[in-house]
Design a protein around this ligand. Structure first.
Ligand code: ATP
Ligand code: MG
Length: 242
């Protein structure tokens, strides 16, 4: 059997006596778009920070495509692209400049290939024509696209987006959704996308992991979440208030 792209096993994060994330276990298989859904304060960002190696779990383990994030960190993180909370850029550099800075960190690429890869990802995320403008002049939606360009630059297997629609207008949210679906279809990328909005997850994620107060509440196919309830929303509310 193939390893899942993401394997979260019994992960807990305790700060003093409080468990921000409490014994979470789930997997994301290759090619899935999986939603991580939970209300504000559920622990989504804390969990994502552990998956992306920014903080260590108090207990449990996390593997990306079979590689443990703690014991083989560089190798594991090389398979991952992520935006945690909001993407980070140098505002005085151009979009291309920011991407080139990152591309240069990969010594396996020649300078010519680095530039070519930057052009490729700019085209993929639809920032052509604006790539030579300073990032400080970008709209929120453009910054989100540039963040995704950063995340896919190193050709990872798994992309993690933490609340990617935050602050975007309806058109921006729709464009983001289309971009994610395009990346999924054309590059076969696997996604874990967090949100506190059911509607957003439902539109794009065939699989979902629900969490509340640090704990796993439900995981499975989004369409099965609805079972026995009038609507998906009813099912969600039922699980969240149980
Ligand atoms: N370093 C920390 N020390 C103590 N408590 C923390 C720390 N970081 C987060 N928390 C708390 O952990 C809980 C989970 O926070 P987290 O940011 O992971 O939630 P979230 O699901 O991402 O919420 P949101 O939807 O608002 O982004 C919150 O109650 C938060 O106050
Ligand atoms: Mg958060």
């Amino acid at each position: 059997m193939m390893n899942p792209i993401l394997d979260v096993k019994g992960v807990t994060k305790a700060v003093r006596s409080r468990k921000l994330v409490n014994d979470m276990s789930f997997t994301v298989e290759k090619g899935q778009i999986c939603g991580l859904l939970g209300p504000n304060g559920a622990g989504k960002t804390t969990l994502i920070r552990m998956i992306t190696g920014l903080i260590h779990p108090t207990a449990g383990s996390i593997a990306i495509a079979g590689t443990d994030v703690r014991t083989r960190r560089p190798e594991a993180l090389a398979k991952l692209g992520a935006i945690v909370e909001s993407p980070i850029f140098f505002p005085y550099l151009t979009g291309s400049g920011n991407l080139l800075n990152l591309a240069r960190l990969d010594p396996s690429l020649s300078p010519a290939r680095q530039k070519e890869r930057v052009r490729e990802v700019i085209a993929t995320v639809g920032l052509e024509g604006r790539e030579n403008d300073r990032v400080g002049t970008y709209s929120l939606g453009m910054k989100q696209r540039l963040g995704i360009a950063q995340a896919i630059l190193g050709q990872p297997e798994l992309i993690i987006l933490d609340e990617p629609a935050n602050g975007l207008d309806p058109m921006g949210i729709r464009e983001l959704r289309e971009l994610i679906l395009k990346l999924h279809e054309t590059e076969g990328l696997t996604f874990l996308i967090s949100s506190h909005l059911l509607d957003e997850i439902q539109k794009i994620c065939p699989h979902v992991v629900l969490m509340k107060e640090g704990k796993l509440v439900w995981k499975g196919k989004t369409q099965e979440l609805r079972q026995g309830n009038e609507s998906l929303e009813d099912a969600f509310v039922e699980l969240m208030t149980r």
